[in-house]
Design a protein around this ligand. Sequence first.
Ligand SMILES: *Cc1c(COP(=O)(O)O)cnc(C)c1O
Length: 395
Amino acid sequence: MRIPLSSPDITDREIERVCRVLKSGILSLGPCLQEFEEHFAEFVGTRFAVAVNSGTSALHLAVKALGITHGDEVITTSFSFVASTNCFLYEGASPVFVDVDPDTFNIDPRAILHFLVQKCRREGGRTIDIATGRTVKAILPVHVFGMPCDMDAICEIAREFKLFVIEDSCEALGATLCGQKVGTFGDAAAFAFYPNKQMTTGEGGLLVTNDERIASECRSLRNQGRGPNQSWLEHEKLGYNYRLSDIHAALGIAQLERIKQLLECRAQVARSYGEELSNHVGIRIPALADNKSRSWFVYVVQIAAGRVVRDSIIGKLRTNGIGCQTYFPAIHKQSYIRELMDHSQQDLPNTDHAAATCLALPFFTRMTKDEVTQVCWSLGHALEESLVAALVTAA
Ligand SMILES: *Cc1c(COP(=O)(O)O)cnc(C)c1O
């Protein structure tokens, strides 16, 4: 039996919606785009939603709209998908990676505060990185694997140091903190709809904000810098083609209509994994926290024995037709990022440990209990074999 790492959940409802757009002849900038944005803003609880062609584009537009630019710094996490750092590298800003919490894998507010208090000085309302002389402009937390960051602490720090907050919510659609959805805490937030996410538009993303200026700036930037009332070939600024087609938006509308069901199915799969794996020595299952309601993006376990055993398990599972992945290799270890960074910024022990031990297992809405059982059985065997092999090598 082959079990993929992820798989989208597409029903007749989605197919029918997309076909309707194809038959209508209005494939872009039509009614579905606006409808999708309105439904999404309502679901998340923000005033504005601007749909774009990827989560990366949404993050990039948030960075642009907040004026984060060459010579600025952004405090963020290295334990993430590269897009959360690339989005401000595009604008010439630099990352300050701070360490993560070892249980949630999310950026640790204490590490943010430590950097700001110990390594920065205040000057005329700005926060300056003493080592580089650059202005610190923003905090970019990532709700990793759908687990909400500690947004109360992060937003309080941001207020104190006059920093913007951009939430990378691409993995956390529907996750809440004390009942408030992620994506509503910062100045702007990005969501993503690649086929492995909680809902998909094929490719796609979306920026949410309560700030009318940010929303209208992003609407213009995604559409080649056109103003709201300008004709098609008049452009008031340098923009991009980051538009989401109505075909994609239609798929998004249909998925969003089923979002409660999609999220509940994923939570059920996670519960099944938890039941199967909770007594497994050497496998650490994902953390839960009381005031946080997680939205399940992936199911990531930690292999206590470390990188060599973890990588050996991946090889064995894949040989057995079971999809798995190292979520995430640390961003600060990527070759092109290494060239940008100085060594003082490479000391991230919790990030390195997470990157060495994390293992994403097959996880998707329609995964059956039998499939979960089989993955866990194979994982147990692969772990045992890999541990024995590691002992023999060590001896
Ligand atoms: C999926 C994802 C994105 C956006 O990805 P796209 O492929 O550009 O839609 C950004 N950040 C994180 C953490 C993600 O997981």
